[in-house]
Ligand binder design. Sequence first.
Ligand code: SAH
Length: 339
Amino acid sequence: MNILDLSIEDIKDQLLKLNEKPFRAKQILEWIYKKNTLNFDQMTNLSISSKENLKKIFKITSINLKKIQGSSDKQTKKYLFKLEDGFLIESVLIISKNRRTICISSQVGCEIKCSFCASGKKGFFRNLSLSEIVEQILYIKKDINDSITNIVFMGMGEPLLNLENVVKAIKVISNENYLNISQRKITLSTSGIVEKINELKEKNLKINLVLSLHASNDEIRKKIMPIASNYKIKDLLSSLKEYFNTTKRDISFEYILIEDFNDSKKHALELVKLLRHFQCTINLIPYNPIESLSYKKPSFDRVREFKKVLDDNKIIVTQRYTKGDDISAACGQLAFKSQ
Ligand code: SAH
């Protein structure tokens, strides 16, 4: 069994069965999470017989790092992992100033099938386990031999459809005895599933929640996001308001800008009207090209004009600069690959 899928209590129980001392559990976890060791043989405070004993029932890694690609500006690195059943997933490291952010995947493929995104193009296969989510971080941390400051659930998959494992992963990531990255530095992006947002609220986490809004009204949203037929923007906004009231965390929206589709002044004004009474930030993401799709990224000037309308109307707006598109590591470009 993968030791990363177990709670410390479960590890202690297993150790007792092996006639090993339960306090070893803490030592092992320290090696894994604090000292970047993914191999029992390198845990020098364990005897040879203990190591052999542990190896009989535990493994530490179940995913295999297959390939690392760096972008030409050296600010982005894409990691390709092979899972035990042969599926391949990708994660991205983004370096900017003092931040080292990892964008992790939560599913193999995606069932949401937004028309502009590569992740769902080949369908949905399965959820990632707790260990498969956490190992992405452990491998990348080991590769750069440095601490990780931020985690974003913005890789492949819809994190709220793998809520149980994602919440467990958030606890491992934020626990001070494990990866010790504050929940305030963890962001989850969702396509917007009302019941799941409500369920997440009940978990009482302090993470940032971002909604992929991408449109100023339901009709436009339905054209690019099939999930918009199930949930109206109005209902999503009220579930987000409640989320905010409970968690006191800021709500943000992502808005993809696609040329001549949702990027006009009229759309910007409609967006202002929609969000006027909402304390929030809008993150504009100019569309990143996906092979075989005919959408276009708006010009620099058009993005600036759209942003200006929001600025002028006192909506807090940020713009996500495209990073790593030369290695297909930008938003929406992570795709499921079959070997
Ligand atoms: N399933 C989650 C996480 C997706 S990835 C969600 O839907 O929010 C993070 C962001 O990238 C989402 O807002 C997603 O809509 C956006 N995205 C997807 N494809 C894109 C593309 N081609 N260009 C720009 N952003 C894209």
